[in-house]
Design a protein around this ligand. Structure first.
Ligand SMILES: [Zn+2]
Length: 690
């Protein structure tokens, strides 16, 4: 090929690469796996050119040429990588995975090296020492403080040998995290259970049977197909009278990614060890201290104290509930009925709930069809914040199931565009989350809108196209939309002050406070109607649901505390090659303390713990509980002023959502409530304290 032609062709492929320049609407339909590596390579090259120009700039450092210019070095690269990382989570095809795995080390190396670049640091430091910097106020003052603090925490001031080692550690941890997530996904997908004999499905609700039949058909199989994704397994564990079926699914779920060929055990060992080393090089006692020094809890010990206090306060209720559950089984099946195993707990819990409250959670499903739920949720936020959510029918999406929306402020100004990807797919990781693709700016009059997504794995549509949700699915949708509003309402223009940098133990407040609304009768009445007849959700059902809300609250609390405790212990006390054994054995012992049924030999409570090993929650899982203290307390203000009060909504938006990370978390809370959090609010809501 002649050289000229070659240049032409490569110029063409570069122009055609949709990842090279961030455009809106995001061209999801054009991004192909083969775009990833070339785009990341070129964006790294461009970022490197900007870095070289930045350090070569010998003019007096000012805000624009020292701080704003530094942020611009990686902005395009980070934005492109945001899209790639997202596709890795929701469209994890073999081709995409291969390209992701090839590009990720290049990206991590560049970003980590830049964080430890002493020449860049010198210029920022020189600016921080100027009179101009010392006179900064408001957002800019806080931003510079955060940048300098990040530098201190990155290890830039350490000697070269240490910096080199930190670089290696950060790269290794990042690659191991990716492998952890990929193992979890592959192991989940490797399991299916086909039942052809319908008599084995006794007790299973009609909605779950239909879903299992649909799933089998989609694979060209006869009968009923069960998998480990939540909408498939949960109804079996709650309702199937077939203990053998429950056992098979329960055992498979409890041991996801715990054995070859998708074994996360060695990966966990390495990640925990590398994090320990990283913290120690940076001068911290343990990784939890490193992670939490800027959080509300402030130290690993602070987190341990918080969790262990809650454990003490919840233990009596948990033990009483566990004893009552066994007693209930024995009342049903005779005094010699065996103790409960993992696959029994949810089943008898459901049965007991039905007996005590005459309430079957499944009765709610026909009234909680997804479209109605969304209309209700968008109506709620219109009441609270005066915003309008409008579906966008024509913009590109990454999968035909995905929907897109725009949020307009009451003035008609566009605040954000967001995508919603609700249902499970084999190429999608489990759980639910919110992700920001683009942080807009509210400066300069019109400003640029934010772009984000909410992702979940809730009950998919049945054969007639209706997605009939469980109440906990509804809670999930409200939760993630709460995170999205935190992104959408952010005002200002400084990247480092956006929601992703809010202290981790505060970040679940905007999401968890939304969950409260899904329990309120006045809110449910606005949307919950039978999907076929249109009849409203009966008051009697709402009342039963509310009465049953705190049912087994001690056990639910212990489940969350167990996850938080395993996480924090691994990142404080645990040491490899000590009496503790492996991380899995160590955490199995912790987990047992929080359970009423024995762990099975193959159970691995952390092999699928992606929050901690492939997400941002390392030494941070407790933040859900911490934010529950805040949200149960903050919601009392909504309750006091009329749940859908516009005035309270506006106050919450202004004090908590719009500032992002512009003020410390405790100040944001105080701005809204006029006082510090009441530590007993959570226990009161769960019925565990008066
Ligand atoms: Zn959340």
């Amino acid at each position: 090929m002649c050289r000229f032609l070659w240049i032409l062709i490569s110029a063409f492929t570069l122009v055609a690469n949709p990842l090279l320049k961030f455009t809106t609407p995001i061209p999801w339909d054009q991004i192909q796996p083969e775009h990833i590596k070339p785009a990341i390579e070129q964006l790294i090259q461009e970022a490197e050119q900007r870095r070289v120009a930045y350090v070569a700039d010998k003019s007096t450092p000012g805000w624009e040429n020292a701080i704003a210019a530094r942020e611009r070095i990686t902005k395009d690269l980070q934005q492109a990588w945001g899209l790639v990382g997202h596709l890795q989570s929701v469209n994890n095809t073999p081709a995409l995975r291969a390209e992701f795995n090839a590009a990720q080390p290049l990206l991590t190396r560049f970003i980590s090296t830049l964080g430890l670049d002493t020449a860049v640091y010198s210029r920022v430091k020189a600016y921080a020492a100027t009179a101009e910097a010392k006179a900064l106020t408001g957002d800019r003052k806080r931003y510079l403080g955060i940048v300098m603090d990040d530098y201190r925490r990155s290890g830039v001031a350490l000697d070269e040998a240490k910096r080199t080692r930190l670089l290696q550690l950060r790269q290794q941890i990042s690659q191991l995290s990716t492998r952890f997530a990929q193992n979890a996904l592959d192991s989940t997908n490797a399991f299916e259970l086909i039942i052809t004999d319908e008599s084995q499905l006794a007790g299973l609700p009609e909605t779950a049977r239909q879903a299992a039949a649909l799933s089998a058909r989609s694979k060209g199989k006869a009968g009923y197909r069960f998998v480990l994704q939540a909408p498939s397994i949960i109804p079996v564990l709650q309702y199937s009278q077939n203990a053998e079926l429950r056992e098979k699914l329960s055992r498979a779920a409890a041991s996801i990614a715990s054995a070859e060929p998708f074994n996360n055990r060695p990966i966990i060992e390495q990640i925990v060890e590398l994090r320990r080393e990283l913290a120690s090089i940076l001068g911290y006692k343990n990784f939890a201290d490193y992670q939490s020094e800027q959080r509300m809890a402030q130290s690993g010990q602070g987190i341990k104290d918080f969790l262990s206090k809650l454990e003490t306060q919840s233990r009596a209720a948990f033990e009483k509930e566990s004893a009552a559950l066994l007693e209930f089984r024995r009342a049903l099946e005779g005094k010699d009925a065996p103790a409960l195993r993992n696959w029994d707990t949810q089943f008898y819990t459901e049965k007991l709930r039905q007996k005590e409250f005459q309430f079957d959670q499944n009765e709610l499903r026909p009234y909680l069809e997804l479209n109605k739920v969304l209309t209700g949720m968008f109506g709620l936020v219109k009441q609270l914040y005066g915003i309008e959510v409008i579906e966008l029918k024509t913009i590109p999406v990454w999968n035909p199931q995905v929907r897109a929306y725009r949020i307009n402020d009451n003035s008609g100004k566009e605040l954000a565009t967001f995508y919603a990807d609700f249902f499970p797919r084999e190429s999608k990781r489990s759980g639910a989350w919110m992700n920001g693709f683009f942080v807009g700016s509210s400066e300069g009059g019109k400003g640029t809108p934010h772009i984000g997504t909410i992702v979940s794995n809730i009950t998919p549509p049945n054969a007639s196209g209706a997605a009939l949700l469980s109440h906990s699915d509804v809670i999930t949708v409200f939760h993630e939309f709460g995170h999205l509003l935190h992104l959408a309402f952010r005002e200002g223009s400084l990247l480092a002050l956006n929601r992703t940098n809010v202290p981790w133990d505060f970040i679940e407040l905007p999401s968890q406070i939304m969950e409260n609304f899904a329990w309120e009768k006045s809110v449910l009445n606005t949307f919950a109607a039978h999907h076929e007849t249109g009849a409203p959700l009966p008051d009697a059902l709402i009342e039963k649901m509310s009465r049953a809300r705190t049912f087994m609250a001690g056990s639910a609390q212990m489940r969350q505390l167990s996850l938080g405790t395993m996480d924090i212990q691994l990142h404080t006390d645990f040491k490899l090659n000590s009496d503790y054994g492996s991380p899995v054995n160590y955490t199995r012992q912790i987990a047992q303390r929080f359970r009423s049924s024995p762990l099975e030999p193959e159970d691995c409570p952390i092999c699928n713990f992606s929050h901690v090993f492939a997400g941002g929650y390392a030494a941070g899982y407790y933040s859900y509980k911490c934010a529950e203290v805040l949200d149960s307390d903050a919601f009392s203000k909504f309750k006091a002023n009329g749940v859908m009060s516009r005035k309270t909504g506006e106050e919450f938006r202004k004090a908590v959502l719009a500032p992002g990370n512009a003020k410390p978390a405790n100040i944001l809370f105080r701005d809204f409530m006029g006082r510090d959090p009441d530590p007993l609010a959570l226990l009161r809501r769960s019925g565990l304290a008066k």
